[in-house]
Design a protein around this ligand. Sequence first.
Ligand code: 13P
Length: 284
Amino acid sequence: MPLENMKSMLKKASEQKYGVGAFNILDYNSTKAVVSAAEKLNAPVIIQTSTKTVIYWGTKAIMNWVLELAGESIVPVALHLDHCKDISLIEDCINAGWTSVMIDASSKPFEENLSLSRQVIDMARPEDITVEVELGAIVGVEDDIHVKEQDSHLVNIEQALEMCNTLQPDCFAPAVGTAHGIYKGTPKIAYDLLEEITSKIDIPLALHGGTGLSVEVFKKCIALGCAKVNISTQLKYAFIDGFVSYHNAHNTEYNPLKELDSQFRALEDAVIENIKIFGSEGKA
Ligand code: 13P
């Protein structure tokens, strides 16, 4: 199946109140695990790349893996660029065949965020590429974006409405109390903000900072309009632990394909677990 953008995937998810998993991949093995998990559950899926991953491998290599894996896939797959502040990298990904991009200008003053987000939408829309924009400051570290606890702030509702009404992005990422990375305490989610946004704006929302949220929190956020759910840190752990645990248990073997297979299964299990929680099983 050719790659899709996020539009019809997220529209259907919003209408039927489930979440499409957006999983940050690291290499060929992790991409294969994400696609394989989605196929096993007959679920739509979003393959996400951080800007660091794109810079590490280059757009061509990533595009080759994704096209090979998604091209033969029976489920809808989108390739999305996660949090990107660099317009020229966004342009490179669009030119290379990414079907969706995120412009993260959330650290800029509101008017500048609007203007940069508009610039990306103007660039992407004629190519049928979907665009996610962000407002507010999500605490934690994601790629080269570091937001300290004291600098984090929830989305401002008036600005959220203005941003969504004027730009009409394909997906909106409001800061609602989740965090990138491992949670230190119990996250306090601003459900009232989510509710207010979805009651006033008909645009699918993205839930960032998925790793470590409880099943109950996921389900509540999805019911309140989060049609895209991001998971990255959990896959970083599965990537390393899957490899290392095999090696530790067989430390005289030195047969790397076995470590890679163990890594693949750890990643696939993590993606399967999340797709089941998000309710997108059988929705391909
Ligand atoms: P986690 O790393 O907390 O899963 O967050 C992922 C994310 O939101 C990527 O943008």
